[in-house]
Design a binder for this molecule. Structure first.
Ligand SMILES: Nc1ncnc2c1ncn2[C@@H]1O[C@H](COP(=O)(O)OP(=O)(O)OP(=O)(O)O)[C@@H](O)[C@H]1O
Ligand SMILES: [Mg+2]
Length: 145
């Protein structure tokens, strides 16, 4: 059963507001009194996926859905897609161009960090297909006050 669902637009090449959808998700979890460790993991993973959508996908959509089993976060973009997902998942692999590296991105740690911080990660992507990242975080919501 879906307990809560919300969508956030991730705006085109918007580095001023990049990360705002993740902050909103973090605040929603804080407001319901979710477990601090869950909030931390969600904040890290959602932020990395959101930044990737801005950097590579140009713009995108974040959807969060709470159900009886936990929290699902989907981030999708209509960008160029990821040709080799296994390679992209490797620590340190990055195709970030110089202007993106100047802003502090491009360590090649985003996807590995999403993997580390989520309980399940699925990536659907391919050349010209855009990218859909679906993360799952297990929770029985017992932490909520
Ligand atoms: N949404 C996406 N669309 C297209 N390619 C992507 C997308 N997300 C990741 N990639 C590809 O996968 C690579 C690895 O992504 P990852 O987030 O791990 O590292 P990064 O973004 O390069 O650096 P960091 O996240 O550490 O700033 C990217 O450099 C890019 O080539
Ligand atoms: Mg990244």
């Amino acid at each position: 059963m879906t307990l809560y669902r919300q969508e956030f637009a991730i705006k085109e090449m918007d580095f001023i507001h990049a990360g705002e959808a993740s902050v909103q998700v973090k605040n929603i979890l804080k407001n319901i009194g979710a477990d601090p460790d869950l909030i931390r993991r969600v904040a890290v993973a959602a932020y990395e996926a959101e930044i990737n959508a801005v950097v590579y996908g140009r713009a995108g959509l974040m959807v969060i859905e709470m159900n009886d089993d936990g929290l699902v976060i989907m981030v999708e973009d209509k960008g160029p897609g990821i040709p080799d997902i296994e390679l992209a998942m490797q620590e340190g692999y990055s195709t970030a161009p110089p202007e993106i590296r100047e802003m502090g991105f491009g360590a090649g740690m985003g996807l590995p960090n999403i993997k580390k911080n989520s309980d399940d990660l699925q990536i659907v992507s391919g050349p010209g297909q855009g990218t859909r990242v679906v993360m799952f975080f297990r929770s029985d919501w017992q932490g909520q006050g």
